[in-house]
Design a protein around this ligand. Structure first.
Ligand code: GLN
Length: 234
């Protein structure tokens, strides 16, 4: 009998911007990128029989990398938007989120979107938070937008008081607050509601089907709920 050949291993490259806890962050003990999104895509990969390699990229570089074929999947707390759908294909949504205003704890003048009038606001480049800030600037509310590459720097600037506020995804800001940035607080209502999806290059239907099928199985088997608990998602 011919010797059985091992099945070739399919490895997909997964791009992520790891300053976005609890969804993706650098685990200081292992020096590996981990988080809810990373464990979820790995669980999906296991169900569907593929492997993943995690690639650290800037948030703005993710869509170009997908289009160039440098990566195969985005797993980076990326909000499903109509504009992005013109460039890439999204999986079914896997998390509900929304934008929140964050200010320094001792700030008692900013309590809502309207209070951002004349203020300096920090955002991460290329994000829905940055789009929201642009919109509020055009409306004559925000005066100055400070754009940073990573969310940890956005949070540090709010804490230091070099900016008046930040606009960022609420669950991420909440995670920063509960993990040491107690000098920051969230104020007011959420500015919008959003859903995160994994993304693939346009037309990669086979891969997208695998991701959606794996996501469904991971939810049915309870692994999804287990990860939500592990990462303190409500
Ligand atoms: N959810 C936001 C967006 O898609 C921010 C994502 C992020 O910074 N990783 O723009």
């Amino acid at each position: 009998l011919p010797k059985e050949q091992p099945k070739p291993e399919v490895v997909y490259k997964v791009g992520t911007e790891p300053t976005f806890p609890p969804f993706e962050f650098l685990d200081k003990n292992t020096n590996q990128i981990t988080g809810f999104d990373i464990e979820l895509i790995k669980a999906i990969a296991q169900e569907e029989g593929f492997k993943v390699e995690i690639i650290n990229l800037g948030f703005e570089g993710l869509i170009p990398a997908l289009q160039a074929g440098t990566i195969n999947i985005i797993a980076s707390g990326m909000t499903i938007t109509d504009k992005r759908k013109e460039q890439i294909d999204f999986s079914n949504p896997y998390v509900n989120s929304g934008l929140a205003i964050a200010v320094a704890k001792n700030n008692d003048t900013i309590k809502s979107e309207a209070d951002l009038k004349g203020k300096k606001v920090a955002v991460q480049i290329g994000t829905t938070g940055a789009n929201k800030a642009d919109e509020l600037k055009k409306k004559g509310i925000i005066k100055t937008i400070k754009t940073y590459n990573t969310v940890d720097v956005v949070m540090a600037e709010v804490a230091k008081g070099t900016v008046d506020a930040a606009i960022n995804d609420a669950p991420v800001t909440q995670d920063f607050i509960s993990k040491g940035h107690s000098e920051i607080k969230i104020v007011g209502d959420l500015l919008d509601s959003e859903q995160y999806g994994f993304a693939v290059a346009k037309g990669k239907k086979e891969l997208l089907d695998k991701i959606n099928s794996g996501l469904k199985k991971v939810i049915e088997k309870g692994k999804y709920e287990e990860l939500r608990k592990k990462y303190n998602l409500p």
